[in-house]
Design a protein around this ligand. Structure first.
Ligand SMILES: *[C@@H]1O[C@H](CO)[C@@H](O)[C@H](O)[C@H]1NC(C)=O
Ligand SMILES: *[C@@H]1O[C@H](CO)[C@@H](O)[C@H](O)[C@H]1NC(C)=O
Ligand SMILES: *[C@@H]1O[C@H](CO)[C@@H](O)[C@H](O)[C@H]1NC(C)=O
Ligand SMILES: *[C@@H]1O[C@H](CO)[C@@H](O)[C@H](O)[C@H]1NC(C)=O
Ligand SMILES: *[C@@H]1O[C@H](CO)[C@@H](O)[C@H](O)[C@H]1NC(C)=O
Ligand SMILES: *[C@@H]1O[C@H](CO)[C@@H](O)[C@H](O)[C@H]1NC(C)=O
Ligand SMILES: *[C@@H]1O[C@H](CO)[C@@H](O)[C@H](O)[C@H]1NC(C)=O
Ligand SMILES: *[C@@H]1O[C@H](CO)[C@@H](O)[C@H](O)[C@H]1NC(C)=O
Ligand SMILES: *[C@@H]1O[C@H](CO)[C@@H](O)[C@H](O)[C@H]1NC(C)=O
Ligand SMILES: *[C@@H]1O[C@H](CO)[C@@H](O)[C@H](O)[C@H]1NC(C)=O
Ligand SMILES: *[C@@H]1O[C@H](CO)[C@@H](O)[C@H](O)[C@H]1NC(C)=O
Length: 846
């Protein structure tokens, strides 16, 4: 009829342009408010404010069904991370997403039928649904838009198949939480047969299920990593962690290294967990890892008490002491029946012959369904297992403690040699342990005995021949001990002249010369390294007090033999270290090199170390607030010098209260600096490279990956600051409170109750501003990400500049469970991590 009017009428032109502007506007919005409609027919979408995610209607490939979903805004090939109506597609392009009168988010089809709803019984009018840059769709009242704490409903709590940064994969008591459900096929978002989630039995694991059957598991979480994922080292890089919520519930979450990184985990329709990272250059998703990665990783591939070895042929075998339950099936390659014991355990037969023992299976993914027992050491763990006949195996794992298997050993995966599984101790009857290899054993023993005798006679002969040459040395060596044993009687015969005629000096000629002490002088000075003179036992060897003939007090550090350096390199390092001079560093007076014996002679600090004050209730009050503050400043200055001002750029790597010494005036002096250069800084000697440091003070990236930088020292400094302020050890286990120091500091600071952290014995002397500033600086230094931690020079500025406003720290999560499980130094489990040749020397920056 009169439809031409529409094109000519000026008013209608006006209306349609207004409409266009409105449409444009609504497309860029990130929020749906009550009354607004997202219409499929109009191609409406909402986009998160940072233009990262987009929500709207889509059809999967090869399908015309319409779904509401969330995808990455900037990625051309639509990557769906969430689907609302996965079970209930809309047939035509006529769906409408809106907020109903009761405040619920609802999806209607063209006829106004409800297809999907957020299904809350809330009763707020005025709701708004906001798409966040995290990919989370949040429903809240319109006066608290985007506030996750006030959201009624979040798509993150109702995920489909994708685990995004910031999502919480919750532990559910001791139950399973099948949180992520796969699509049915690559083109059908409805829930498929595979789920991924958390098995909350302590210690928790990530599991993939096929319906209710397990298909893959990550292995147990030890506070840092999942023990069954050899690639997990890389994962911490992406910030995987177990977090305890305010209400005491726990969840796994991960963060990306930088906010611009797009990273996701997905359970695919065919049952694989995939970790994918977007590569902006190649415009592709890079597969970081995929599980199960080979058929050995499929759950319990070889049955109970079986063992799967990926390179094996066949891949399945029975554990030692076990035989196939059904040997016909087993030989046909049907391993599902598993294995049974070949001979009963002593405790099962009441045969009082010999008690059962354990056989160590190295480098395995520990079996499923462990019982956790808290014990004090590995021996007690073993006892616990021996004491209960139903115990089939045990393992003692750092970060977890004692695990005991009372049922079958299920899903035993043997890793390759260089992977880093843990050791499982399997209980076997005595006959299994000794029995079968007796003859071989006897042969070996005979051969060894003959060989040993030969060796002994040769060495006696050699010793006898070389006697005159050895005379100068008064040191005899004990095989296993790292420290040579001193022979008191002999040494008295020799000169106690102190300074050797030799002086070691820098090759280049410049710089200070360093006296070389005679061994015997040092021996006499320390009363032959007597126990009474021992000041302490550090990671690099014991320290003794000594008095030189002139009356000067010295401290002697006797380095353990494993320094892995020759004399020449050692001297060069010492010269470099001796050049480091600063009022907040302990001064090196000289060194002593005699055969394998290497010692460093330092000035003696009468007040010993900081930890003998701040953690000692009787002495705490001697360090009032102003002293403590100046100690903090002094340490910061010393560290800044090491990091920046010295030519060497030394990373300390083991900064802790025990390494801060105090002189007469209670000025702090950092000791043990440069040790990392002597003990670990050489790439050619990967076997001597270990993660040095002290748990509790170790930065996450260092503890996990052996990656160290000046920022790992900053982390340790942060811990130290919090300890000095609070007078508590980061690593102490307090029965009354299970919060560690960093957690506690964070909580109090969050609640504006920072002053409660302060050591009560110095309450009166404190300056509230300084205390709060120190706590904030401490928290800035212990942030999880090394990037976010300040450098020592900014720390100095923050400490000194009263008027500077400090940045806000992020919540530290790494330490939330670690600190209470303190393990000093050289953690076995970490050696594997550190020995992978991470380029130590480049980080040190020679
Ligand atoms: C919506 O998008 C489809 C496909 O891109 C297009 O064919 C259609 O014309 C669009 N509709 C509107 C109202 O823009
Ligand atoms: C909403 O709740 C009703 C009844 O409580 C239930 O039948 C329906 O499946 C729920 N819908 C969704 C999407 O959860
Ligand atoms: C919600 O509020 C409306 C109007 O205020 C009221 O009629 C209705 O009963 C309420 N419903 C619920 C479940 O509280
Ligand atoms: C919330 O939405 C209602 C209805 O659109 C409006 O009347 C009210 O002012 C809004 N409140 C705020 C705080 O935006
Ligand atoms: C937690 O476990 C209980 C008991 O099995 C179950 O009913 C509930 O749905 C689970 N919750 C989640 C979030 O999985
Ligand atoms: C899912 O499991 C059911 C029951 O076990 C089975 O019938 C169906 O074929 C499976 N679907 C797929 C896609 O594997
Ligand atoms: C991204 O892709 C480009 C081109 O394929 C490649 O050179 C680059 O190494 C990739 N970046 C990452 C971080 O994988
Ligand atoms: C599969 O596992 C092997 C070693 O077990 C590893 O080298 C490889 O990178 C893994 N592949 C993926 C995609 O995770
Ligand atoms: C494998 O062996 C088990 C018994 O050990 C038997 O129940 C099962 O049917 C066998 N499977 C096949 C495919 O032969
Ligand atoms: C072992 O001895 C106990 C008590 O002497 C008895 O109850 C048990 O049946 C015996 N078990 C076996 C396997 O002989
Ligand atoms: C041995 O372990 C089983 C299984 O955990 C337990 O039921 C039983 O009480 C334990 N027995 C003893 C003596 O501790």
């Amino acid at each position: 009829m009169g439809n031409t009017n529409n094109f000519t009428h000026p008013m209608s032109l006006f209306i349609s342009s207004v409409f266009c502007i409105f449409a444009l506007f609504s497309e860029a919005a990130n929020t749906i408010t009550q009354g607004q409609q997202i219409k499929d027919s109009e191609n409406h979408t909402i986009i998160s404010s940072g233009r990262i995610f987009e929500l709207g209607f889509f059809s999967p490939d090869d399908s015309s069904s319409r779904y509401v979903g969330i995808w990455y805004f900037n990625i051309a090939a639509k990557t769906i991370v969430w689907v609302a109506n996965r079970e209930n597609p809309i047939a035509k392009r006529d769906g409408i997403l809106t907020i109903g009168e009761d405040g619920n988010l609802i999806l209607l089809d063209g006829n106004g039928n409800s297809i999907w709803s957020s299904n809350l019984s809330t009763n707020t009018s005025y709701s708004a649904a906001t798409l966040m840059d995290s990919g989370d769709l949040m429903l809240s009242s319109n006066d608290s838009i985007g506030d996750p704490n006030k959201a009624y409903w979040r798509s993150f709590d109702h995920p489909t198949d994708t685990f995004l940064p910031g999502m919480k994969a919750r532990l559910n008591g001791t139950q399973e939480n099948h949180m992520f459900k796969s699509w049915k096929s690559s083109t059908d978002p409805s829930a498929g047969n595979f789920t991924m989630g958390v098995d909350s039995r302590d210690p928790p694991q990530i599991v993939i299920w096929e319906n209710t059957k397990r298909r893959w598991r990550s292995g147990h979480w030890n506070g840092l990593e999942f023990l069954g994922v050899p690639d997990m080292k890389g994962l911490y890089y992406y910030g995987f962690k177990l977090v305890t919520d305010d209400d005491g519930t726990k969840y796994f979450a991960f963060t990306t290294q930088s906010s611009s990184q797009l990273l996701r985990f997905r359970i695919t329709y065919d049952g694989y967990e995939k970790e994918l990272l977007w590569n902006e250059t190649s415009k592709e998703w890079t597969l970081l890892q995929s599980q199960p990665n080979n058929s050995c990783e499929e759950y319990n591939k070889c049955g109970d008490f079986g063992r799967c070895t990926a390179e094996g042929s066949p891949i399945c075998s029975c554990l030692k002491g076990f035989k196939p339950k059904n040997s016909d099936e087993w030989s046909k390659g049907n391993w599902s029946g598993g294995c049974v014991r070949e001979s009963l355990l002593q405790c099962q037969t009441n045969n009082s012959m010999k008690s059962d023992g354990f056989w160590e299976l190295k480098n395995v993914k520990l079996p499923d369904f462990a019982d956790l027992v808290l014990v004090k050491d590995v021996d007690e763990c073993r006892e616990r297992c021996l004491g209960n006949c139903s115990c089939n195996a045990y393992a003692y794992v750092d970060g977890i403690n004692c695990m005991i298997w009372n049922g079958n050993l299920v899903d035993n995966l043997q890793f390759e040699e260089d992977a880093y599984g843990r050791s499982l101790y399997i209980r076997l009857s005595h006959s299994e342990l000794g029995g079968e290899s007796n003859i071989i054993l006897i042969i070996i023993i005979v051969v060894l005995a003959v060989f040993g005798a030969l060796l002994l006679s040769i060495s006696i002969w050699v010793l006898w021949r070389c006697r005159p040459k050895l005379k100068g040395s008064s040191v005899s060596r004990k095989e296993d001990n790292e420290i040579p044993v001193f022979d008191n009687n002999k040494s008295k015969e020799y000169s106690t002249e102190c300074f050797s005629s030799e002086i070691i000096s820098d090759m280049s000629g410049g710089g200070p010369e360093l006296p070389l002490f005679n061994f015997n002088c040092i021996a006499v000075a320390t009363n032959y390294f007597s126990n009474e003179n021992m000041l302490g036992q550090g990671g690099f060897g014991p320290v003794y007090k000594g008095k030189l003939p002139g009356g000067q007090d010295i401290a002697v550090k006797r380095l353990s033999k494993k320094s892995g350096q020759g004399i020449l390199e050692f001297k060069n390092e010492i010269i470099l270290i001796a050049r480091l001079q600063h009022r907040n560093l302990v001064r090196l007076l000289g060194c002593c090199i005699e055969e394998e014996e290497k010692m460093l002679i330092y000035e003696y600090m009468p007040n010993k170390s900081l930890n003998s004050f701040i953690f000692d209730p009787a002495k705490q009050a001697q360090l009032d607030w102003s002293k403590r503050f100046s100690i903090i400043e002094g340490i910061a200055r010393g560290l800044l010098y090491l990091h920046r001002d010295s030519r060497l750029r030394i990373i300390h790597r083991d900064l802790k209260a025990g390494n801060i010494l105090l002189n007469e005036e209670m000025n702090p002096k950092i000791s043990d600096f440069g040790m990392a250069r002597i003990f670990g800084g050489n790439q050619n000697e990967a076997n001597t490279v270990r993660v040095v440091g002290t748990y509790g003070y170790m930065a996450p990236e260092y503890a996990m990956e052996g990656l160290f930088s000046v920022k790992s020292d900053v982390y340790s400094f942060g811990v130290l600051v919090l300890e000095i302020v609070s007078g508590r050890r980061c690593t102490s286990v307090q029965q009354t409170e299970n919060l560690n120091l960093i957690r506690r500091a964070w909580n109090l600071w969050q609640e504006n109750k920072g002053l409660e952290l302060l050591d009560p014995s110095i309450k009166d002397s404190c300056s509230e501003n300084e205390v709060l500033r120190c706590i904030q600086v401490g928290l800035l230094c212990v942030q999880d990400s090394a990037l976010n931690r300040p450098t020592m020079s900014s720390v100095m500025l923050m400490l000194e500049g009263e008027s500077i406003s400090l940045p806000l720290p992020r919540e530290p999560t790494f330490t939330s469970m670690r600190c209470s499980i303190d393990k000093d130094l050289f953690m076995e489990s970490l050696e594997a991590v550190s020995s992978n040749n991470i380029s130590l020397s480049t980080v040190i920056g020679r």
